[in-house]
Design a protein around this ligand. Structure first.
Ligand code: GLU
Length: 502
């Protein structure tokens, strides 16, 4: 590629970014970084009715949280700004005018009511109303009216839109890096509005003008924009511009059934569909996901590395990514798998890093006891229990007994494991534990096992009640490790309490 790669993520600030939008941003980011190019953020806010306060900040915060910041965009001018279409308002009109002057677009005066009437009328007859070559001369526009009449209406300040004059009986040949070559019959296309009566361009015009002026080389976006591609290609041709290359990403599909993933699927399945919280909906961040896990699972939604590798750092993704390996078929969203990614990421974190992340939870859940919130203690707890954790918050539940002595004991386990002779046995165990000089997992294990062998007791008869006394349940890591970490005094105290209580 000789030209510098420039890609853009061009969301409309109409609400929070859906996880599919983040995937689009990610693929743009990966492609840009892979080719040493620029990743541009452009805010497409020409539709003022759909503008939502706070959405732009949300989008930027989401990209930053994911660790895929833009190189150029609002607040980061790279010489192609402004990057909000509302601030570029004055740029677009002349291109619409140019198309009118070339006879490739026209003024249309049809009122909203009239068009609505046609739409409903068609619907009633089981047809779809399309404004194009087959009926445009029967409608109210500069092609059906005389030049004088058109002039008079324009001069009188009548409301008008500018529509693209889609040619009749032609084929538009489109090239998509994911889907290959696609041919579209222009007869099925409608004369899309390019410029609206409120003085703003529509998405289509603003989008291609900006992609051209911002020297975008590759347009990577969701499949839902594929139907617009024929118009976009025709606009580039009509304006005499070289179009960028296009890559339309497959849809992200519901976990089960047909259709694309929606917020409702998330509500139903209890998983987030937004990166960050938005109003009452929680995001992946709030649900306890690591941004690296989110990036990792998104990367594999619609792209495959061509190998068995599933776990990637962002750098590895940049290295491995290519548009050739983007799939055509929709990518099924699997909430279970997203958790697996988080679990894997958690296992890969260093113990000190995890301990640090764990500390706020320890404090929040009142698990505090001074000597137990030292980095050393937390690290030792974490290294014993992290294996079973998917989220940092799981560590609370998994490791609670390292901070608080059990006050209740799992009923079923007690019924099964706590026998008549258990108190007697545990009292002897106390004696053994008190005789261990160096209270390390290894020493405790040797001495307890020797004692159990001498007493000719079944192993489980000692170990299960011992675990119950220490943990309150039959779960947890190696009992000897628990004993070491709790220490001699605390361990003995717990056993005594259990014997007294059960
Ligand atoms: N503004 C469009 C959106 O909201 C951009 C589509 C495109 O990338 O061309 O997704």
């Amino acid at each position: 590629m000789s030209q510098k790669v420039r890609v853009r993520f061009a969301p409309s600030p109409t609400g929070p970014l859906h996880i599919g939008g983040v995937r689009t941003a990610l693929f743009n980011y990966l492609f840009a970084k892979k080719h040493g190019g620029d990743f541009v953020l452009r805010i497409e806010d020409t539709d003022q009715n759909r503008y939502v306060e706070g959405a732009e900040d949300y989008i930027i915060a989401a990209l930053n949280w994911c660790g895929i910041p833009f190189d150029e965009g609002p607040g980061k001018d790279g010489g192609f700004g402004p990057y909000r279409q509302s601030e570029r308002k004055t740029i677009y009109k002349k291109y619409a005018d140019e198309l009118v002057a070339k006879g490739m677009a026209y003024y249309a005066f049809d009122s909203a009511e009239k068009l609505d009437f046609h739409r409903k009328d068609h619907e009633a007859k089981g047809k779809t109303f399309i404004y194009n070559w087959h009926n445009r001369l029967k409608l109210m526009n500069s092609l059906s009216l005389s030049p004088e009449e058109t002039r008079t209406r324009l001069d009188a300040g009548e409301d008008y839109v500018i529509r693209f004059k889609t040619p009749q009986d032609e084929k538009v040949v489109l090239h998509d890096l994911v889907r290959g070559t696609i041919e579209i019959d222009t007869n099925i296309l409608d004369d899309k509005v390019l410029f609206k009566s409120d003085g703003m361009p529509t998405y289509h015009l603003a989008n291609i003008v900006d992609d051209h002026l911002m020297e975008i080389t590759h347009v990577i976006r969701g499949e839902e924009w594929l139907p617009s591609l024929a118009l976009h290609q025709q606009l580039y041709d009509a304006l005499g511009w070289t179009a960028p290359q296009f890559a339309h990403l497959p849809l992200i599909m519901k976990p089960v059934g047909k259709g694309k993933l929606s917020k409702r699927d998330g509500d139903k399945g209890g998983f987030p569909v937004f990166p960050l919280a938005w109003k009452e909906a929680q995001g992946y961040r709030e649900a306890g996901y690591f941004p690296e896990a989110v990036v990792n699972f998104l990367a594999l939604l619609g792209w495959n590395p061509g190998t068995e590798q599933e776990l990637f750092t962002l750098e590895e993704l940049v290295h491995a990514f290519s548009l050739e390996r983007v799939n055509k078929a929709g990518a099924r969203f699997d909430p279970e798998k997203t958790m697996w990614y988080n679990q894997q990421m958690l296992q890969r974190k260093s113990t000190p890093a995890l301990a640090q992340l764990f500390l706020p939870f320890v404090e929040k859940h009142g698990l505090v006891a001074k000597e137990k919130t030292t980095p050393d203690y937390l690290e030792r707890v974490v290294s014993l229990i992290k294996e079973r954790a998917t989220f940092v918050s799981d560590l609370c539940e998994l490791g609670q007994y390292f901070f608080l002595a059990p006050t209740t004991y799992a009923e079923k386990a007690v019924r099964k494991q706590w026998k008549e002779d258990t108190p007697g046995i545990l009292n002897e165990v106390i004696g053994v534990l008190e005789s261990v000089d160096e209270f390390s997992s290894q020493q405790i294990e040797i001495q307890l096992k020797t004692w159990i062998a001498d007493r000719e007791l079944p192993f489980g008869k000692v170990m299960a009640p011992l675990r119950l006394a220490l943990v309150g349940d039959l779960k947890g890591p190696h009992v000897f490790d628990i004993l070491e970490l709790l220490g001699q005094t605390e361990s003995v105290a717990r056993i005594k309490r259990a014997v007294a209580q059960l």
